[in-house]
Design a binder for this molecule. Structure first.
Ligand code: ADP
Ligand code: ZN
Length: 215
């Protein structure tokens, strides 16, 4: 089964993707994570995209489609792919459709995670991540334990905030979402692939709703 998690920044796509990976043997393909990895390892591409990402703008279609193509070619299919943060433009959506078709795969479901804008801003500015395992924390709803040991991997890791998780970049990321990504909701609705879930519900409820949608 191949699915897309679609929604604004902070909707909880990464969190739900991790749950699906654990439960269903699926492979998470997050272009945001791939781009951050390229920056950390200091590749030419990583250097090219750094400023764009920190401002909250979209990286070029060419770069992210290239990353997804590479991963689709290199990764064994397992229980299927979860596309997280990709596609983000109509050109990316078309490219993904072609890539999957070439490989003899289908797209089974697009899950739209709906969250209102005030909640997104509150979530994102309170967010931090375990540098060791990627577990996501929130200052208000799921704070880093007083022991500073990660509840997921048990390490006394660093808990880092993303460079683009600030008010200014967030404004740009939201604008990019409404201008460039939200048209995908209509695109996949028209294709008959779309299911919408309430992303404001608890993590467990959202997970159950997604499970229901996937069958
Ligand atoms: P979020 O959904 O929380 O904004 P991501 O981790 O998905 O964050 O993406 C972080 C940044 O990486 C984006 O703001 C953008 O600059 C870049 N990026 C990630 N995926 C894409 C994509 N599919 N197309 C263009 N840019 C992307
Ligand atoms: Zn951890």
């Amino acid at each position: 089964m191949n699915i897309i998690l679609l929604g604004p920044p902070g909707a909880g796509k990464g969190t739900q993707a991790r749950i699906l990976v654990d439960k269903r043997d699926m492979v998470q393909l997050s272009t945001g994570d791939m781009l951050r990895a390229a920056r950390t390892s200091g590749t030419v591409m990583g250097k090219t995209v750094a400023g764009v990402m920190d401002r909250g703008e979209l990286v070029t279609d060419e770069i992210v489609i290239g990353l997804i193509r590479e991963q689709l070619e290199d990764t064994s299919h397992a229980g299927g792919f979860i596309f997280d943060g990709f596609p983000r433009t109509l050109a990316q959506a078309d490219a993904l459709g072609k890539l999957l078709a070439e490989m003899g795969h289908t797209l089974d479901c697009v899950i739209e995670m709906q969250v209102d804008d005030d909640a997104l801003v509150a979530r994102i500015t309170a967010r931090s991540t375990c540098a060791n395992c990627g577990e996501v924390y929130n200052d208000n709803t799921k704070p880093v334990p007083a022991t500073a040991k990660c509840t997921s991997c048990g390490e006394a890791a660093e808990f880092t905030r993303r460079a683009d998780d600030n008010q200014e970049s967030l404004k740009t990321r939201l604008l990019a979402y409404y201008k460039q990504t939200s048209p995908l909701i209509g695109y996949y609705y028209a294709k008959g692939d779309l299911t919408s879930v309430d992303g404001l519900a608890s993590m467990e409820t959202v997970a159950a709703d997604i499970k229901g949608a996937l069958g």
